[in-house]
Write a protein that binds this ligand. Structure first.
Ligand SMILES: [Zn+2]
Ligand SMILES: [Zn+2]
Length: 76
């Protein structure tokens, strides 16, 4: 049984989501930063962890870098 990279528990078929070459629980495949639930193959990745493209990945790693805050900034 594959283990979920997020919570380290076994992933059953019915709740499986495959992304980044790993099997995740549906509710565990979410952005490391903002906790938005992600769709497999439709998100960014850094260091093996899933991130949403917008705003997290582009804000942290994309061109333009960090420092763009605004109304949506709930950065820790
Ligand atoms: Zn999990
Ligand atoms: Zn995010």
């Amino acid at each position: 049984m594959p283990k979920c990279p997020k919570c380290q528990k076994e992933v059953y078929f019915a709740e499986k989501k495959t992304s980044l070459g790993k099997d995740w629980h549906k509710l565990c495949l979410k952005c490391e930063k903002c906790n938005k639930i992600l769709s497999s193959g439709q998100h960014a990745e850094h260091d093996g962890k899933p991130y949403c493209h917008q705003p997290c990945y582009s804000a942290m790693f994309g061109p333009g870098g960090c420092g763009r805050g605004g109304a949506e900034s709930h950065v820790y």
